[in-house]
Design a protein around this ligand. Structure first.
Ligand code: THU
Length: 146
């Protein structure tokens, strides 16, 4: 039930994606140890390389709320059809940069983070962890911290 809430929050955020260039809408929702949920969506830019991912936006929202003990994240997305709805393709897994951002969040919380990667209509949900998505990752320990 908790996971369904998290997936639903991510899907709701995806509906608001600002993705006029790729037409690919992504929503992310993080759950923290407090039980709260923070959401984010992708925000593109005419200077394509400046586009922000949904996961990064959700993590930044958690930080801004002073609630950065992330235990789980749901990522949901798909291509937009001509009427603005989302096409159900495969599960959307975090990009490489977002995996690194998620590793930082996991290390900051002193644990691993469950990742629920889903397609647009939630008929396919891939469940994994940040440590599985980014094995041998670089983190605070490599800097002698944490
Ligand atoms: N995108 C995300 O927001 N998260 C991901 O994990 C994969 C990709 C966004 C970035 C860009 O706005 C669009 O999806 C197409 O790559």
């Amino acid at each position: 039930m908790d996971d369904l809430d998290l997936l639903a929050a991510a899907r709701a955020a995806a509906a608001n994606a600002y993705a006029p260039y790729s037409g690919f809408a992504v929503g992310a929702a993080v759950r923290t140890r407090s039980g709260r949920i923070h959401t984010g969506t992708n925000m593109e830019n005419a200077s394509y390389g400046l586009s922000l991912c949904a996961e990064a936006a959700a993590l930044a929202c958690a930080v801004a709320e002073g609630d950065f003990q992330v235990v789980a994240i749901a990522v949901v997305g798909g291509r937009r059809d001509t009427s603005g709805g989302l096409i159900a393709g495969g599960p959307v897994t975090p990009c490489g940069r977002c995996r690194q951002l998620l590793k930082e969040a996991a290390d900051a919380a002193g644990g691993d983070i469950r990742v629920l990667a889903a397609n647009a209509d939630l008929t396919e949900v891939l469940e994994t962890t940040v440590s599985a998505l980014l094995p041998h990752g670089f983190g605070p320990k490599d800097l002698g911290l944490g």
